[in-house]
Design a protein around this ligand. Structure first.
Ligand SMILES: [Cu+2]
Length: 435
């Protein structure tokens, strides 16, 4: 896991470290910029209606200003650089300095005005996915509004009619602009802060990129064969842990902006789906799950009571989505003897390393030569050895005795004596099998 620690949250913290206000133009709200990829402190509302803020995994929430009863935000569409994990930085397009753009948090009934300034070299438009709004505010370039030309600022105005989890993304040269990383989350909190309340509320969106090892800009025409499967434009081991206090009610909200589905699996717990981008799921329609499929273009919120301490894996269950850049052209070598082969090939290719005869787990431990600016297919180290993961993988760390707003990485779980799987120390029977 990344060694970087999350911010220690302080009451009244409005903006995270690294934020810079750039736009002071008359009439326009400020457009804060975020340069860091760390998980930002929850944005406690300084004005407007009260709510319990979310934590954006490896992201942040956008400050606003109140003006004559309107909540005003300012998004700037622009090229950005994003570290996917230590060792790899991508050239993306995003909003306010990052991909994903900042999370927009509102309250049911809020009147919102969102300024969008286009600092790309081509036109754009922003669609507010899942939000019930007037047709002309829906953000489909050419259909419901003119595209926003390069260099121009457009204004969107609507009322947040219902609470829920939503997202924003371009609807203008959509294939390219999504492939380049433009997206962000929207959370509309219930009017009554006591309704649907949880103790810890996380949100992130899934995206996928195809970035050739040794390069930094995604291939924008790729249809299915992506090699970077991300949560908020981060891959394991760059994704922060989801830190939870034992006993907390936890909600994790996830949206899918990739071109395939993701079966999201949580270890150690069963949970229920309490919300989709269509609204709250009635209690009578909820059932227990340990994996929920996240369809393309959809959002889901899961909830559980964090009653079991530990480091619980949380990941997409498609095994190719918990890996980083890999060569699919590599032949399967399981069961193929490579004895003597390495010596012969090494004479021709000095860096050649035979692998896969007994599986590919050994790759998680090797220091393989890599091109600049890419990540190993299987990587990461835990307290017991290599984790052999990548992509859409993180850990829900449940600990007793944390402070209410403490999201700092507590390190690895210390297991109570005698509760870890261990080698059998007794007599071993002679087991005969065909080999
Ligand atoms: Cu997946």
């Amino acid at each position: 896991m990344t060694s970087r620690r999350n911010f220690l949250l302080s009451a009244g913290a409005i903006v995270g470290a690294g934020l810079v206000n750039r736009v002071q133009a008359a009439g326009l709200p400020e457009a804060p910029l975020q340069s860091a990829a760390a998980t930002g402190a929850p944005l406690l509302p300084p004005d407007g209606r009260p709510y319990q803020p979310v934590v954006t995994l490896n992201g942040w929430s956008l400050p606003w200003r109140m003006k004559n009863g309107w909540k005003e935000f300012h998004l700037i569409a622009e090229p950005v650089q994003r570290e996917l994990a230590p060792g790899m930085v991508a050239n993306f397009w995003g909003y306010n300095g990052q991909s994903p753009g900042p999370t927009i948090e509102c309250v049911e009934g809020d009147r919102v005005r969102i300024f969008v300034t286009n600092k790309l070299k081509e036109k754009t438009a922003v669609h507010w996915h899942g939000i019930l709004l007037p047709n002309g505010m829906d953000g489909v370039g050419g259909l419901t509004q003119p595209h926003i030309p390069a260099g121009k600022t457009f204004v969107y105005e609507f009322v947040m009619k219902k609470a829920g989890l939503f997202m924003y993304h371009p609807h203008s040269d959509e294939m390219v602009q999504l492939a380049m990383g433009m997206h962000g989350a929207i959370v509309v909190h219930p009017k009554d802060p006591a309704s649907h309340r949880v103790d810890r509320d996380f949100i992130f969106l899934t995206t996928a990129y195809d970035i050739d090892p040794g390069t930094a800009t995604p291939r924008v025409n790729t249809m299915t064969d992506f090699n970077m499967w991300t949560w908020n434009s981060r891959v394991f081991p760059g994704i922060d842990p989801l830190v939870v206090r034992k006993g907390d009610r936890v909600r994790i909200r996830v949206g899918n902006l990739t071109m395939t589905n993701h079966p999201m699996h949580l270890h150690g717990y069963d949970f229920t789906v309490t919300q989709t981008d269509g609204g709250w799921v009635p209690r009578s329609a909820q059932w227990p799950e340990t994996t929920v499929d996240l369809p393309i273009g959809a959002l889901r919120a899961i909830e559980f009571d964090a009653d079991a301490e530990g480091d619980w894996a949380f990941h997409c269950h498609k095994s190719h989505h918990t890996m980083n850049a890999m060569g699919h052209a590599v032949p399967t070598m399981v069961g193929v003897s490579q004895e003597g082969l390495a010596d012969k090939i090494t004479k021709l290719i000095p860096d050649y390393m035979p692998m896969g005869e007994h599986g590919m787990g050994e790759m998680g431990e090797m220091e393989m030569p890599l091109p600049d600016n890419t990540l190993p297919m299987m990587t990461g180290t835990g307290p017991f050895g290599p984790l052999e993961m990548g992509g859409m993988f993180s850990v829900v760390k449940v600990r007793a005795g944390l402070a209410r707003n403490d999201y700092r990485d507590p390190g690895w779980y210390t297991h109570p004596e005698g509760t870890v799987a261990h080698e059998w120390a007794g007599e071993l029977p002679d087991i005969h099998r065909k080999s």
